[in-house]
Design a protein around this ligand. Structure first.
Ligand code: SF4
Ligand code: SF4
Ligand code: SF4
Length: 263
């Protein structure tokens, strides 16, 4: 079994603003592109140009529609507009990017029998040493967020590295020393930084927005945080007439997401 550091100097992670994520998948594609060629690649692709391409993705984006009044757990994928909810109002489209959350209490590390999974004391990043990994998959069973990806071809476990081979790479211009997903995001929904530093971009952007950890009740203490969607204006003619916000109707989106991910 592998020990976690008692404390980490930094808590590097991602802040994802669900209010402005448009579900474009640019982050997922940029992640795949960088990790296909970077220090931790190549990611395995099977039949990449065939009818049924398969491969390893570290970053996935899930899209859902939630009715503002009654949570509708209907998947919404590729439709031009979200379906109307039972109250006749348009549903809220919610796009939810998912990758490793670089947990403080990462059970994926403590279950690892070989020491291949580890959390770095200097910055909190959780990594896998492929030379030590025996492909037993215990870490993927331990991770409640589905963040581990087994590489069938190499027989080792892989996952988001927070682009550790970009963020410390001094041959890159300083502005480019960011995870590939953050650089690719066209809406600025993603930010990278040190959650232990109150002056970092992730801390200052979180101020006043009630940043949420995913499934905190499990005790993994994820480092990454999600900013929940702001309440939408009601689009019914009656509501438009007085044009008021009704935040009480917004479902607890992240609790709902927890249920979806727990299936
Ligand atoms: S999200 Fe999963 S893989 Fe990543 S640190 Fe947490 S438990 Fe481990
Ligand atoms: S698959 Fe590899 S990293 Fe995961 S628990 Fe087994 S040895 Fe450790
Ligand atoms: S690139 Fe940005 S806007 Fe597009 S899916 Fe990813 S987080 Fe959302």
């Amino acid at each position: 079994m592998t020990d976690l550091p008692v404390r980490t100097e930094k808590k590097l992670g991602l802040l994802i603003d669900l209010d402005i994520c448009v579900g474009c998948h640019a982050c997922a594609v940029a992640c795949k592109e960088w990790n296909d060629g970077g220090q931790f690649g190549p990611l395995t692709d099977e039949d990449p140009y065939g009818a049924e391409p398969m491969g390893v993705w570290f970053n996935r984006v899930h899209s859902y529609t939630v009715d503002p009044a009654v949570p509708q757990e209907s998947g919404h994928c590729g439709a031009s507009s979200p379906p109307a909810g039972p109250a006749g109002r348009l549903g809220l489209s919610l796009h939810f990017p998912r990758s490793c959350l670089h947990c403080e209490q990462a059970a994926c590390v403590t279950v690892c029998p070989t020491g291949a999974s580890y959390k770095r004391a200097e910055d909190g990043i959780v990594l896998v040493d492929y030379d030590r990994c025996i492909g037993c998959k215990l870490c993927s069973w331990a991770c409640p967020y589905g963040a581990r990806e087994y590489d069938q071809a190499q027989g080792v476990m892989k996952k988001c590295t927070l682009c550790v081979d970009r963020i410390y790479n001094e041959s890159l211009p300083e502005a480019d020393r960011q995870p590939a997903c953050v650089l690719a995001c066209p809406t600025g929904a993603r930010a990278f930084g040190d959650f232990a530093d109150p002056s970092s971009v992730v801390s200052t952007r979180s101020a006043g927005r009630d940043p949420q950890a995913l499934m905190p009740e499990l005790g993994y203490e994820p480092t990454n945080r999600y900013l929940p969607p702001r309440p939408r204006r009601d689009q019914t003619p009656e509501a438009k007439a007085d044009d008021t916000l009704n935040p009480a109707e917004l479902p607890t989106v992240l609790r709902w997401l927890d249920r979806m991910l727990s299936r």
